[in-house]
Design a protein around this ligand. Structure first.
Ligand SMILES: CC(C)(COP(=O)(O)OP(=O)(O)OC[C@H]1O[C@@H](n2cnc3c(N)ncnc32)[C@H](O)[C@@H]1OP(=O)(O)O)[C@@H](O)C(=O)NCCC(=O)NCCS
Length: 182
């Protein structure tokens, strides 16, 4: 089970040059279903889920928890960013007591290739550095997930180790506000 961040939540919506990071709302539900039903999105994150199943199981307001940002472009959701505690039983840790904050990101394919994910993740990491100063953030992505790997590098994550999980080679990296990459 993934743990929650203990932070004041929700923050006021965070504005970047082109985007807003905000809490999830009922009007985002259709975009969540698009995201989880997309074979392109699911390629390296466990696959797409059947749309009829999603229509049944996705709650009225999906993803309402501390550390869960909807990314909004001109009033519509284009993706999501999560900061959750990495479960102790997972492989990949940088602290002896585990439970590190872990960054996750998923965007709708039509929003790829515009730098939106990089812009939004940088703002989420800024928010995190203010909320929990000095705490590291970890990230795990399949090696084969070129886009996710390029984004991790751009954000300043550095490799800790590589290992096998879910039948694929994983890249595990860390970011810290204490050592900005520039
Ligand atoms: C991972 C993911 C979020 C990356 O999305 P992305 O759009 O490639 O990421 P970025 O925001 O960093 O955008 C980078 C691209 O935008 C381009 N770009 C265009 N305009 C730009 C601008 N103004 N600023 C920055 N980059 C810009 C860059 O050149 C780059 O293109 P390239 O990949 O062709 O070189 C997306 O592929 C995704 O949702 N994948 C499915 C879910 C997933 O696998 N998540 C990761 C789990 S660990």
């Amino acid at each position: 089970m993934t743990g929650l961040l203990h932070v004041a939540w929700p923050p006021a919506p965070i504005k970047t040059e082109r985007l807003v990071l905000r809490e999830s709302e009922a009007r985002d539900r259709a975009a969540f279903i698009e995201l989880f039903a997309s074979p392109e999105v699911g390629t390296y994150v466990g696959g797409a889920r059947p749309r009829d199943e999603l229509e049944r199981v996705v709650p009225e307001v999906p993803g309402r928890r501390p550390g869960f940002f909807v990314i909004d472009l001109d009033g519509a959701m284009i993706g999501m960013i999560t900061l959750d505690r990495r479960a102790a039983e997972r492989r990949g840790h940088v602290r002896p007591d585990a439970g590190e904050a872990e960054l996750g990101y998923m965007f709708l394919p039509e929003a790829w290739g515009c730098g939106y994910a990089a812009e939004a993740c940088a703002a989420a990491l800024d928010w995190f550095a203010d909320a929990l100063p000095g705490e590291p953030v970890v990230l795990c992505a399949q090696n084969a997930n070129d886009r996710a790997m390029r984004l991790a590098a751009k954000l300043g994550f550095t490799e800790v180790e590589r290992f096998e999980e879910y039948g694929a080679e994983q890249w595990f990296g860390v970011w810290s506000s204490a050592t900005p990459s520039g």
